[in-house]
Structure formats: C-alpha cells, structure tokens
Ligand binder design. Sequence first.
Ligand code: SF4
Ligand code: SF4
Length: 95
Amino acid sequence: MSDSFEGRGAIESRGTVTIAIERCKGCELCIPACKPDVLRMSEARNELGVPYPELLPGCTGCGACLLVCPDFCFEVYRYETPVLHDPDASQESTS
Ligand code: SF4
Ligand code: SF4
C-alpha cells in the first residue's frame, strides 16, 4: 500500500511561524487573528505562568499574528514550495 497522502486531503502549509513563548502574556489576540485557525493556546504554561499559542498545520504565512501580537512573539516565514502534512499524522509542533 502506498504511503503517499497527497490525494487524501493533505493539509498544506505555505508558511510557518516561530513563537517566542517566553515573552507571551497569554492575551490570546493571535488566536482569532489567524484566519486559517491554525493557532491554539497550549495546555502548558510558560515561565510567566500563562498559556501560549501553538501552531497547527496549515499556516499561510499571512503575518496577521505578527501584526496583532503586542509582545512581538512571532516571526513569519513563507515557503517557496508549500509543505504537505499527512492528515493522519499527529499535529505539528513549533520550537
Ligand atoms: S502567519 Fe497567518 S496563518 Fe500563519 S499562524 Fe500567523 S496568522 Fe496564522
Ligand atoms: S498575541 Fe502575542 S502575547 Fe497574546 S497570546 Fe498571542 S503570542 Fe501571546
């Protein structure tokens, strides 16, 4: 059986973000700002004692999170070639 997932609803990421979780104040402004809805707040807490955003597959590199975050937690990158994620795999994490 083929391991290819391109024909079974693979999730495409056209960009990605890095998140400076140690600076995050947990305001959650980035969550609704992300139109593809690929940011969610963590269960874990940072050193400030608040949850922080985590990235799921499907980022478009739009930069809305970077613009809305009052603490400059995001850096945004766009892929030259979109990255496909296996829809059956566990969710992507960020560093
Ligand atoms: S760059 Fe856009 S799509 Fe990616 S996490 Fe930020 S708001 Fe969401
Ligand atoms: S907008 Fe910035 S400070 Fe607020 S939760 Fe998102 S990353 Fe944290």
